[in-house]
Design a protein around this ligand. Structure first.
Ligand SMILES: NC(=O)c1ccc[n+]([C@@H]2O[C@H](COP(=O)([O-])OP(=O)(O)OC[C@H]3O[C@@H](n4cnc5c(N)ncnc54)[C@H](OP(=O)(O)O)[C@@H]3O)[C@@H](O)[C@H]2O)c1
Length: 305
C-alpha cells in the first residue's frame, strides 16, 4: 500500500521542491502519494499541482483544527513556516507549535521540519537579532521536548537572495557585487527548487532520525559568485567588500550576514556537516548532482534582456 506525505508550503519554494523530488524519484514516486497544503486551492499554483497528481487540501498553520483535518492518515509531514509574512518570532514559533501539537495528536510517525540553527545560542548572545533562525530552532526544541518523531532539514542561504544585489549601471559593461563579506567568505548556498527536496526526500527514506540535515548545494565565495556572473554574461564582475561598520541594513540582516561571515552560517564546523548530508542524499536517494551558482544564474536567465 502506498504511504502518504503531506507537504506544507507545496505552492512555495521549499515545499514545491519537496513535491517534485518525491514525484520524480523512481522509487519514492511508486511508494508515496503526495498531499499538498495551501490556504487556497483555486490559486493557479495549486491547480497545477493537482494536474501533476498531487491531492491539494486547504489548511492554515494558524488553525490547529484545519491542520488536524489536513494531515489525517499521513505517514510523514513536511513542515515549513514563512517568517516574512509577519516578520514575528512569536508568530512563527506559534505556528510551529500548532503544527507539532497537531502532528502529535494525529500520531504522525515522522515530521520533517524546515529548521535553522539557534544563532543566539551558538554566538552566546552576540548575534541575537536573527529572529527567523532562532524561531525555527525554538520550534525544533519544542518538537524534541514533546517527543514528536522528527528530522530537521536546514536550508542553506538561498541562491535566489543574490541576483538582486548584482548591479550593472546603464552605460557600463561591468557588474558590481557589494556585500558585507570578505572575497573568500565561504557561503553554503542552496538552489532551492533544484536541490532542497532531495534532502527532505532522503530523510523520508531514512525515517525519523532526530538528526540535522544540512541542505546545501555547495559552498561558494563572493569571488565565485562574480566568476559565475562573468561565465554567464561574458562581462566583468567586480566584488567590493562592505566594511562591517558601514553596513546600512536592518539589525536582522546584519546578524544574518555576520552569522555567515564569522560562524559559517550553520555554526563552526559546518563544512563536514554539509558534506555528510550531501553524501547521505547520494547514498540514500541516488541523486548524484547538486546545483552550482553559475547553473542557477543560467536557469533564471540572468543578464538576458
Ligand atoms: N532566504 C533564505 O536564504 C532562507 C534560508 C533558510 C530559510 N529561509 C526561510 O524560508 C521560509 C520561506 O520558505 P519558502 O521560500 O519556501 O516560502 P515561499 O516560497 O514564500 O512559500 C510560502 C509557502 O507557505 C505557505 N503558507 C504561508 N503561510 C501559510 C499559512 N498560514 N498556512 C499554511 N500555509 C502557509 C504558502 O502557501 P499558500 O500561499 O498556497 O497558502 C506557500 O506555499 C522563511 O521562513 C525563511 O525564513 C530562507
Amino acid at each position: 500500500m502506498t504511504k502518504l506525505i503531506t507537504v506544507f508550503g507545496a505552492t512555495g519554494n521549499q515545499g514545491g521542491s519537496v513535491v517534485r523530488a518525491v514525484l520524480e524519484h523512481p522509487v519514492l514516486s511508486k511508494e508515496w502519494r503526495v498531499r499538498g497544503i495551501t490556504r487556497n486551492k483555486s490559486r493557479p499554483d495549486a491547480m497545477r499541482l493537482v494536474g501533476r497528481g498531487v491531492e491539494m487540501v486547504e489548511a492554515d498553520l494558524n488553525s490547529k483544527d484545519s491542520i488536524l483535518n489536513a494531515i489525517q492518515g499521513s505517514d510523514a509531514v513536511f513542515g515549513v513556516t514563512n517568517y516574512w509574512e509577519k516578520a514575528s518570532l512569536d508568530h512563527e514559533v506559534q505556528q510551529g507549535h500548532t503544527l507539532t501539537s497537531a502532528c502529535l495528536a494525529a500520531s504522525i510517525p515522522h515530521l520533517i521540519w524546515s529548521s535553522l540553527p539557534h544563532v543566539s545560542k551558538i554566538t552566546h548572545g552576540k548575534l541575537h537579532n536573527l529572529h527567523h533562525f532562532d524561531s525555527k530552532a525554538l520550534v525544533e526544541e519544542y518538537i524534541v521536548s514533546v517527543g514528536q518523531p522528527a528530522t530537521f532539514v536546514m536550508p542553506a542561504y538561498f541562491m535566489s537572495n543574490i541576483p538582486g544585489g548584482i548591479k550593472k549601471t546603464e552605460n557600463s559593461e561591468e557588474y558590481t557585487l557589494s556585500w558585507m563579506f570578505k572575497p573568500d567568505t565561504q557561503i553554503p548556498m542552496l538552489d532551492v527548487p533544484r536541490d532542497f527536496g532531495k534532502f527532505v526526500a532522503s530523510a523520508l527514506i531514512v525515517g525519523p532520525s532526530s538528526q540535522h540535515v544540512l541542505a546545501s548545494s555547495g559552498w561558494f565565495t563572493p569571488t565565485d559568485v562574480c566568476a559565475a556572473v562573468e561565465g554567464v554574461t561574458g562581462k566583468k564582475c567586480v566584488f567590493s567588500e562592505i566594511p562591517v561598520n558601514e553596513f546600512g541594513g536592518s539589525k536582522e540582516l546584519f546578524d544574518n550576514l555576520m552569522m555567515i561571515r564569522e560562524y559559517e552560517y550553520y555554526g563552526p564546523g559546518a563544512k563536514d556537516g554539509v558534506e555528510r548530508s550531501q553524501s547521505g542524499v547520494k547514498e540514500v536517494g541516488g541523486w548524484e548532482e547538486f546545483g552550482t551558482f553559475e547553473g542557477y544564474l543560467r536557469g533564471v536567465g540572468f543578464g538576458e534582456l
